[in-house]
Design a protein around this ligand. Structure first.
Ligand SMILES: [Ca+2]
Length: 384
């Protein structure tokens, strides 16, 4: 209905009908429209609802109830975990700035924080808590080895307590199973298991999953559709691993079944500092405007340029406002680098990717690196 109303307003204002339509949205408010009619810009998409909600409960269970020995307090997340993650991984991108630009190269080891004899418990972790952290930072597989969802990535520790591993249970996940799957208000998160997940996949309430890797009808020559996707590594509500997983499955399908190149119709951008649905490269979320409305700074303009001029975006420049508040001014700018899978090697996590990137001389930009200069300026970084 809003689309129809919008088109009517455009026609009345300009005196002529719109000749192009674009789709822009983020997080649970929007998802990828498989077979959608118009070019799509999606941020942190909740495109795999059944597994996203199962994962949110799984993450809750890693630390719930808050009276259990594996619960981790907000103070420990902020004052113990966050500094240790930065100590281990901040400098790997070439700059110690409190941001892990690409956590795929961070192999965080929480066991360095285990309490020694006599140590104050507020400054360290128990073995139960370390076990919880290993599950929180890992991809989630069910007992039958089914991949369910990605995990948290090191670098967003000050956000994660406010996400799925805090004191309070995550209402959306619990409500999804109570009201949309089971019609049972007595369901508790501790009732969740692989059987519930399998049933949820069979039902797919509202048929909201958008995980078909076959985008040929959308992207093929008959339709020529484009998809731009962006996600923050520090996403506290939807693992960025979900975006990488979907991109990888589309790439795999494309290679196996077509002569198309995913780069011609689907590009995925990642930012190190960003939590869920960050708004600094578009204006649909967080109410934060882009620095300007040119294609480099505004992802919708980048999409328009791709569709109407045939110029595909290679990098984007995101802005971070001080305290996430525009009135405070810009804190820093940083490039978002696009994922580019290697032609014959499909690993997207770990050092192998970096080594392959060096081998290919940067032909397939995949990670962000500090070149030198003003650390608050995007110009001081490169996608390498
Ligand atoms: Ca850094």
């Amino acid at each position: 209905m809003s689309v129809l109303a919008g088109k009517q307003i455009v026609e009345e204002y300009y005196g002529t009908a719109a000749n192009k339509s674009y789709y822009l949205g983020c997080s649970t408010a929007r998802t990828i429209l498989i077979g959608g009619a118009c070019p799509q810009v999606v941020g942190s998409p909740a495109n795999w609802q059944t597994h996203l909600q199962g994962w949110s409960v799984h993450m809750n269970l890693n630390t719930q109830p808050s009276t259990s020995p594996h619960f981790i307090t907000e103070d420990v997340w902020n004052d113990v975990l966050a500094p240790e993650v930065m100590r281990q991984c901040d400098a790997l991108d070439g700059l110690s700035d409190g941001i892990i630009d690409d956590p795929r190269i961070c192999s965080f080891r929480p066991e360095t924080l285990i309490c020694r004899a006599g140590q104050n418990a507020s400054t360290c972790l128990t073995a139960d808590q370390i076990g919880a952290l290993r599950r929180i930072y890992a991809d989630y597989y069910e007992a039958d080895q089914t991949y369910v969802f990605g995990g948290y990535y090191p670098g967003g520790e000050t956000e994660y307590y406010k996400g799925l591993v805090g004191k309070k249970q995550f209402d959306i996940g619990l409500g999804y199973f109570q009201f949309m799957v089971l019609n049972d208000t007595n369901f508790k998160i501790h009732d969740y298991n692989a059987t519930v997940l399998a049933m949820t996949d069979r039902i797919d309430p509202g048929q909201s999953n958008a995980i078909n890797p076959n985008l040929t009808a959308f992207a093929g020559p008959q339709h020529n559709g484009k998809l731009l996707q962006y996600v923050g590594w520090a996403d506290q509500l939807i693992s960025p691993g979900n975006s990488i997983h979907y991109y990888t499955t589309v790439d795999e399908f494309t290679r196996a079944n077509t002569t198309m190149d995913i780069d011609d119709y689907y590009r995925l951008f990642l930012g190190g500092f960003a939590a869920n649905a960050f708004g600094a490269v578009e204006q649909a979320s967080n109410d934060n405007p882009p620095l300007s409305f040119d294609p480099q700074h505004n992802i919708l303009a980048a999409m328009v340029q791709w569709v109407e001029e045939g110029v595909a975006p290679d990098t984007l420049t995101a802005a971070n406002y001080v305290g996430n508040n525009v009135s405070n001014g810009v804190g820093f700018t940083r490039p978002l680098c696009r994922v580019r899978l290697f032609p014959f090697f499909r690993v997207t996590r770990g050092w192998v990717c970096v080594l392959m990137s060096l081998f290919w001389g940067g032909q397939y930009p995949t990670t962000i690196r500090y070149k030198g200069g003003d650390p608050d300026s995007a110009d001081s970084f490169e996608c390498a």
